[in-house]
Design a protein. Structure first.
Ligand code: ZN
Length: 396
């Protein structure tokens, strides 16, 4: 089928009709949501994530989007869909295709709606948000909406921080040139959205000393445990509550027996930070701590095992939030709160690309990443209408 041409002249859209069309398609939206939840697509299931991407591809191509994928060997492919001339400033709509759940979860715990709550793997995080995005676009485009070029960005390995793909870098490249971004991530029952998220990094610190018998020749030993203990105190002291930087040496180990001077010791450190500058400060200090020693002849080594970028708070994102909050209230949606949260998302990479972004505009609910996860059914229509209103009225 030939993709419909996007007209150059902006067409005024009757938002009331779009809202009505969304309400009329509520059952179709629920069906799509169910389809997306009932097929396993955990981050480690490349085939499942790629199948989910092809479903979304078919939907978006029927709306005139040009769809392509960044393909990766060891991770789900990253769907990019464009409509209009995206060489000009465009709106970026962000989400992800993967969930945290293992294979078999969809069969064991399929999509259900009970007492206004929708459950099933990824119902909240974030098949609901993907559904909101697809239907807001569908109804707008069928009503003639063409005021802005739009780019949909759906990576397939968000929940594992893009550790075995180039999706983080690809995302920054794809987002460059966007006027603004909206992430349809998990939202909250209190109607808040997110303008700031902490980054997270995990380090493993290993110390090697010299083993010896604790009774026969303790003077020949160099305790890796004593050295590690001294390092842990210095590591803890890097916490800066004022800047929101915390370090937690959450796991330690070492030694082989009480009557032996420990030859080896290790710890794992969780670091949370609000800015890239803080991450750099902490990483450099940790390297110094690792390589300098109190106990002579001991040697430390530090490995960064995982890192999720921080979504830094920017004036641009705050201003964008004010605009969409005004649009929301103009159309009778409840006022939103802009908050900072500890958990990460791909919005960080849009901020890195210099794009103002508001995150958590998807369906509302609680307990994501657990089997207790649920989404509020009523928020599906509400958030689809809100996204439609934003796309019709946002001025940047
Ligand atoms: Zn998510």
């Amino acid at each position: 089928m030939k993709a419909p041409e996007v007209k150059a002249v902006p067409v005024p859209v009757n938002l009331g009709q779009v809202f009505a069309a969304l309400a009329a398609e509520k059952q179709l939206m629920l069906d799509t949501w169910q389809d997306l939840v009932n097929s396993d697509c955990g981050s480690r299931n490349k085939a499942g994530v790629d199948a989910c991407g092809r479903r979304v591809q078919v939907f978006l191509e029927s709306l005139g989007f040009r769809v392509r994928f960044h393909e990766y060997e060891k991770a789900g492919n990253f769907l990019v869909a464009e409509r209009g001339d995206t060489s000009k400033p465009f709106v970026a709509l962000l989400g992800h295709l993967d969930t945290v759940f293992p294979d078999g979860e969809a069969a064991a715990r399929p999509f259900t709606v009970r007492d206004g709550r929708v459950a099933g793997p990824g119902a909240l995080d974030m098949k609901g948000g993907v559904t909101v995005m697809l239907y807001a676009l569908k109804e707008l485009i069928e009503a003639g909406w063409n005021r802005l070029p739009v780019k949909v960005l759906l990576p397939g390995d968000e929940e594992v921080g893009h550790g075995s793909s180039g999706a983080a870098e690809d995302l920054v490249r794809e987002a460059k040139g966007a006027l603004c971004g909206f992430n349809l991530e998990t939202s909250y029952p209190d109607n808040s959205v997110v303008v700031e998220r902490k980054g997270a990094a995990f380090f493993r610190l290993e110390v090697k000393g010299i083993g010896a018998h604790a009774g026969n020749n303790p003077q020949d030993g160099r305790s890796a445990i004593v050295e590690l203990a001294s390092k842990i105190l210095k590591i803890s002291a890097l916490t800066d509550w004022g800047k929101g930087t915390t370090l937690n040496p959450g796991m330690v180990g070492g030694g082989t027996a009480a009557n032996a001077i420990a030859e080896k010791a290790w710890c794992v450190i969780d670091v949370r930070y609000r800015t890239e500058a803080e991450f750099e400060r902490v990483e450099s200090a940790l390297r110094d701590i690792a390589t300098s020693s109190l106990v002579p002849d001991t040697h430390g080594s530090l490995t960064l095992t995982c890192r999720l970028a921080a979504m830094e708070r920017t004036a641009g994102s705050e201003a964008l939030f004010e605009k969409i909050n005004a649009i929301a209230q103009r159309h009778g949606f409840p006022a939103m709160l802009a908050k900072a949260v500890g958990g990460g998302s791909d919005s960080a990479y849009l901020v890195k690309a210099g794009v103002p972004v508001v995150c958590a505009l998807g369906v509302k609910g609680e307990f994501n990443h657990t089997v207790r996860e649920y989404a509020l059914e009523s928020s599906l229509l509400e958030r689809a209408r809100l996204l439609a209103a934003i796309l019709c009225e946002i001025e940047i």
